[in-house]
Write a protein that binds this ligand. Structure first.
Ligand code: GLU
Length: 563
C-alpha cells in the first residue's frame, strides 16, 4: 500500500497512471486522483501540486519497462487493479434516428494522401456504420480542379484500405456533374437560386448592407436562360455565378446568398472536360440527398456549411440528415498541410509522402504504427465537441498494446564501443525472442572475449554493469581509462550493486544498423537475425520499438516507432 507519505502516494499514482495510459500523465490528472482517494491532503493543495510535479518527473525518468516493474514491486495491489478494471473502452454515444440502420459517408478531397487529421471522420463514421449496420460511402470530392492531385485518387483508396474501413460503395463527384446541373435547374425553377452577374466586390458591399443585388429578383425564365448560357460556354470565368437565395437579414454575412456554381476556365480537370463546377455546399447536399445519407459526422469547422446547406434542403423540400460536429483537433509535431508536404517532397526536404516526419497514414505505416492503433486512438477521442490537441502518446500507447505481444526482441547497440572483458570464458548466451512467450525460442549470441556496448553506458561513476542474458562485469578506472573484468553470473549481485542491465553484441555478429527517428539518425549495430524481420516491428531492447525498413549487404535500416 502507498502508506500515508504524500510523496510516495503521488509517485505511485503518477506511476500507475503512466502504466495504464502509456506516456507521462498531466499534473492535473494525478492531483485529481490523489485528492479523490486522500481527502486529508486537500488542505495541502500547494504541497501536493509541487510534489506532483516531482513525482511526474521521477516517472518520466523511468523507461516504460521499468515503470511496470517498479509498480509491481512497490505497489502490487495498484498494479493488479489495472487489469481488474475491465479495459476502458470508450463507447460512442448513440445517434438519433439510427435504429433501422444508417447510410454514412467519408468525403475527402483528392488533394493528397490521407493524414491523421482525416482519420477521425473516417474512423468515426465507419464505427457507426458497423454499430448500426448500413452503407458506408466513400465520396471523392473533386469538383475544385485547383485542389486535385491526380495521384491522390489511388492514394486515398489505398490509405482507407490500410485503415481497414468497411466502405460499401465509392463515388467520384466529377462523374456526377450532370446530376448537379439537373438539380441546379430544378432549384432555379423553384425560385431557390439565381444567376448573378454582379462583380464580386460589388456583391460583397451589398451583402454587408443586407441589400439584394439586382440579379436576385430576375424572373425564373431569365435565370434559366442564363444557366443554359453558362453550360453552353456563353460566359467566362469570373463573369457569373449561381447563388442560393438565403436570408439577407441573417446576422452572419457568410450565410447571405452564398455561391453554388462557378465557371473555371483553368486548370483543366484531370478526369473530365468541364467548365461549370458546383461549389462544395451544393455538391455535398446534392450527393447526401441522392445517395440517401442519413447521418453526417464531421468537424465543427463545417458548422457554417451545415447552416448554408440547410437552405438548399429547404428549397428542395428534402429531408435533412442528422448532423454531429466534433471539436477541433490540434495536431503538433508533424507536417499536415498538403501544399507544404508537396513542396517539401518536390524540393527534396522529404523523401516522399511516407517520410516519417509527415503525419500521413503512409508515414505512420512506415514507422510501424498499426491501423488498429489509429482506429482505437480515434475512437477514444470520440465525437465530443470540445477542442482538443491530439496526443501522440495516446496513439503510441494504443500501438504498444498491439505490437508489444508480437514484436520479437533484439539487441541494437547505438554508438558502440568495443570492450574486452578479462577473466571470462567463451560463452553462449541465449536471449529470449519474447520475454513472455518462451515457445518462440531464443537468439544465440556467442561471447568470445570482446563485445560492443553503447558508449553512453560507460562513465567513471559506473563500476558494474550486467550484460543482459550473459554475466556481470566490473569496471575499474585508472584515471580516465576503464578496464573490464568478469564478475559472475548472479543477477542478485547485479541488483545489489544497482548495476544497469545493458544490451551488447559479440563483435563478430554485429551487423551495421541505422535507426531513423523524426529527430535524426541513431547509428550502431544489431543482431544479424534482424534482417529476417523485414517490414515487421521489433523491439530493440532498451531503445524502443522499430520497424525494419530494409536489409542490404551494407546493413539494416529501421524506423523508430516509439519507446
Ligand atoms: N470534402 C469536404 C471536406 O473534406 C466535405 C466534407 C463534409 O461535407 O463532411 O472537408
Amino acid at each position: 500500500m502507498a502508506g500515508d507519505d504524500p510523496k510516495e502516494i503521488l509517485f505511485l499514482c503518477a506511476l500507475q497512471n503512466a502504466v495504464k495510459h502509456g506516456g507521462v500523465p498531466q499534473a492535473g490528472a494525478v492531483i485529481g486522483m490523489v485528492m479523490g482517494a486522500h481527502p486529508e491532503l486537500r488542505s495541502r493543495a500547494k504541497d501536493v501540486a509541487a510534489l506532483a510535479k516531482e513525482a511526474i518527473a521521477d516517472v518520466a525518468a523511468l523507461s516504460p519497462e521499468d515503470r511496470i516493474t517498479t509498480l509491481q514491486s512497490r505497489a502490487p495491489e495498484m498494479f493488479a487493479a489495472l487489469s481488474e478494471k475491465h479495459e476502458h473502452k470508450k463507447v460512442l454515444p448513440d445517434l438519433e434516428q439510427a435504429g433501422s440502420g444508417v447510410a454514412m459517408r467519408f468525403a475527402p478531397n483528392p488533394s493528397g494522401p490521407l493524414h491523421i487529421g482525416h482519420a477521425r471522420a473516417a474512423v468515426l463514421n465507419d464505427a457507426y456504420v458497423k454499430q448500426y449496420g448500413g452503407r458506408y460511402i466513400l465520396r471523392i470530392e473533386d469538383t475544385d480542379p485547383k485542389r486535385v492531385d491526380p495521384e491522390a485518387y489511388a492514394m486515398v483508396v489505398e490509405d482507407l484500405k490500410w485503415l481497414g474501413l468497411g466502405i460499401t460503395e465509392t463515388v467520384t463527384q466529377s462523374d456526377r456533374l450532370s446530376l448537379y446541373y439537373d438539380l441546379c435547374r430544378q432549384l432555379i425553377e423553384r425560385g431557390g437560386a439565381y444567376v448573378c452577374t454582379c462583380d464580386n466586390e460589388h456583391f460583397k458591399e451589398l451583402k454587408q448592407k443586407k441589400t439584394a443585388c439586382p440579379c436576385r429578383d430576375q424572373p425564373v425564365e431569365k435565370n434559366l436562360m442564363m444557366w443554359t448560357k453558362m453550360l453552353d460556354h456563353g460566359y467566362h470565368e469570373g463573369e457569373v455565378s449561381v447563388r442560393i437565395k438565403t436570408d439577407l437579414a441573417n446576422p452572419d454575412p457568410a450565410m447571405r446568398d452564398f455561391p453554388a456554381f462557378r465557371i473555371l476556365d483553368a486548370p483543366p480537370h484531370p478526369r473530365v472536360k468541364a467548365h461549370v463546377y458546383p461549389l462544395m455546399n451544393f455538391s455535398v447536399v446534392a450527393d447526401d440527398h441522392l445517395l440517401g445519407v442519413t447521418h453526417v459526422i464531421r468537424g465543427k469547422d463545417h458548422i457554417a456549411n451545415t447552416r448554408r446547406q440547410k437552405y438548399i434542403y429547404d428549397h428542395m423540400g428534402w429531408q435533412v440528415p442528422v448532423y454531429r460536429h466534433y471539436g477541433r483537433m490540434g495536431i503538433e509535431g508533424v507536417v499536415l498541410s498538403t501544399s507544404q508536404m508537396r513542396a517539401g517532397i518536390n524540393d527534396g526536404t522529404y523523401t516522399g509522402w511516407d517520410d516519417i516526419r509527415l503525419g500521413t497514414m503512409r508515414a505512420l505505416a512506415r514507422r510501424g504504427i498499426s491501423p488498429d492503433a489509429v482506429r482505437n486512438a480515434m475512437l477514444a477521442i470520440g465525437i465530443g465537441d470540445t477542442d482538443i490537441s491530439f496526443s501522440w502518446d495516446n496513439l503510441y500507447a494504443e500501438n504498444r498494446k498491439i505490437v508489444d505481444p508480437v514484436a520479437n526482441r533484439y539487441f541494437f547497440v547505438p554508438d558502440p564501443v568495443e570492450i574486452t572483458i578479462g577473466g571470462a570464458q567463451k560463452h553462449t548466451a541465449h536471449a529470449m525472442l519474447h520475454p513472455s512467450d518462451a515457445a518462440r525460442g531464443t537468439r544465440t549470441l556467442e561471447f568470445d572475449g570482446t563485445v560492443l556496448i553503447p558508449i553512453s553506458e560507460i562513465s567513471p561513476a559506473v563500476t558494474m554493469i550486467r550484460l543482459k542474458d550473459l554475466f556481470n562485469v566490473t569496471i575499474t578506472w585508472d584515471h580516465e581509462t576503464p578496464s573490464f573484468t568478469y564478475a559472475g553470473e548472479s543477477l542478485a549481485d547485479a541488483r545489489a550493486a544497482k548495476a544497469r542491465i545493458i544490451q551488447w553484441l559479440p563483435v563478430q555478429q554485429a551487423t551495421p544498423c541505422t535507426v531513423l527517428t523524426p529527430e535524426g539518425e541513431m547509428t550502431g549495430a544489431c543482431e544479424p537475425a534482424v534482417k529476417n524481420e523485414l517490414k515487421k516491428v521489433v523491439q530493440f531492447e532498451r531503445v524502443g520499438f522499430v520497424k525494419i525498413d530494409s536489409a542490404t549487404p551494407d546493413g539494416i535500416r529501421a524506423y523508430f516507432t516509439h519507446k
